[in-house]
Design a binder for this molecule. Structure first.
Ligand code: DP6
Length: 343
């Protein structure tokens, strides 16, 4: 077993076809396939080391501009519980009882619809597999993505590989995993995140996935998205931006209709979100500036454009009174081992 210090870096990703709702809450099987692009500007870095002197696992996390905080094992927070469950699960697979020291930091605001858990849970899982000597399970990206799924963050599964990735929902543990559609060098699209509210969201995605089935529109969404998934995959391979953009906007609106009509409702859009959606549509119609909006479980708007339009779209977004700041992303590698340790 390895007890060397190991550090990994993992990106967030933006879903073009969204995952919302689950088949199975124990195995975290998503209700539908999803497709995303990795985000070069939103990274989690995680260092892990086994330490036989520790009597408890020591987990220190730093979200964006906040100070480091220690996580406690017994908590009501689902995400924190999932972190400890993932540590225990991987330690058991490795046949170890040694405690682990983990330090992790994000360079962007957490829990505000920027898929923070995608980067942090993929980084955590990679660091654990590697520090517990399960290198094969990290190197085999299909196996790695299944291991990530077991920590309960569906979006994290898509951060294991670079570029454009599809999460196959599957019906069992063995057939629910991620595959790469095209790598990070295939197409230099830009995702500009317009931050309108960096605060933590009030309804977590985990609560949301549970409630999704109460929406009368979930089944309609699942039916209508089947051709859209195929179109999205094709648009990426053909680099057809208009076709991709339509898929992106339709799918985001469709997911938010399910969210808004589930019980209890999850209404993530704010006045700033709606203002930006309408502006982006107007730029397209009146100015021929082609950009498309997509929102995850939060009010911040991801505006997808072609790389030649990045400067103009960023300038226009920053002129909005609702936008606090922007984060520019291009496709990047998935979870990677790096040399710069955090301790
Ligand atoms: C709305 O279960 O991955 O972002 O762990 O909070 O990131 P978090 O949620 P997760 O579900 C995210 C759903 C989504 C759409 C998507 O990324 O597919």
């Amino acid at each position: 077993m390895s007890n060397h210090k190991i550090t990994v870096q993992s990106p967030a990703n933006i879903a073009f076809i969204k995952y919302w709702g689950r088949y199975d809450h124990q195995l975290f099987l998503p209700r539908n396939n999803s497709i995303s692009m990795t985000m070069s500007g939103c990274m989690t870095t995680t260092t892990a080391e086994l330490d036989s002197k520790l009597t408890e696992d020591l987990i220190e996390v730093k979200f964006f501009d906040q100070p480091y905080q220690k996580l406690i094992r017994r908590t009501e927070e689902i995400k924190q519980e999932n972190i400890f469950a993932q540590i225990d699960r991987i330690r058991k697979i490795a046949g170890s009882n040694v405690k682990v020291h983990i330090k992790s930091e994000n360079n962007f605001p957490a829990d505000a619809g920027i898929a923070s858990s995608a980067s942090s849970f993929s980084a955590l899982t990679a660091a654990l597999l590697l520090v517990f000597g399960l290198h094969d399970k990290f190197e085999d990206k299909i196996e790695f993505s299944k291991q990530v799924r077991m920590c309960g963050s569906g979006s994290a599964i898509r951060s294991v590989m670079g570029g454009f990735v599809e999460m196959l929902s599957g019906k069992t543990h063995d057939d629910s995993y991620a595959v790469q559609i095209a790598d990070q060098n295939h197409w230099q699209l830009t995702d500009i995140v317009a931050i309108v509210n960096p605060e933590k969201k009030k309804i977590s995605s985990s609560q949301g996935h549970l409630a999704a089935q109460t929406s009368p529109y979930l089944e309609t969404r699942i039916q209508e998205m089947q051709p859209r998934i195929k179109q999205c995959r094709e648009a990426i391979l053909q680099k057809d931006f208009s076709k991709l953009g339509q898929c992106i906007e339709q799918d985001s609106i469709s997911m938010h209709i399910v969210m808004m009509t589930q019980n209890p409702p999850a209404f993530y859009w704010g006045p700033g979100s709606i203002s930006i959606i309408k502006e982006v549509m107007r730029w397209r119609e009146e100015d021929g500036l082609e950009a498309y909006c997509t929102l995850d479980a939060g009010p911040n708007v991801h505006v997808i454009c072609q790389s030649q339009d990045t400067t103009e779209v960023k300038k226009r977004l920053e002129a909005s009174p609702f936008v606090k700041w922007t984060i520019v992303n291009q496709p990047c590698a998935g979870t990677t081992i790096i040399d710069q340790h955090l301790f």
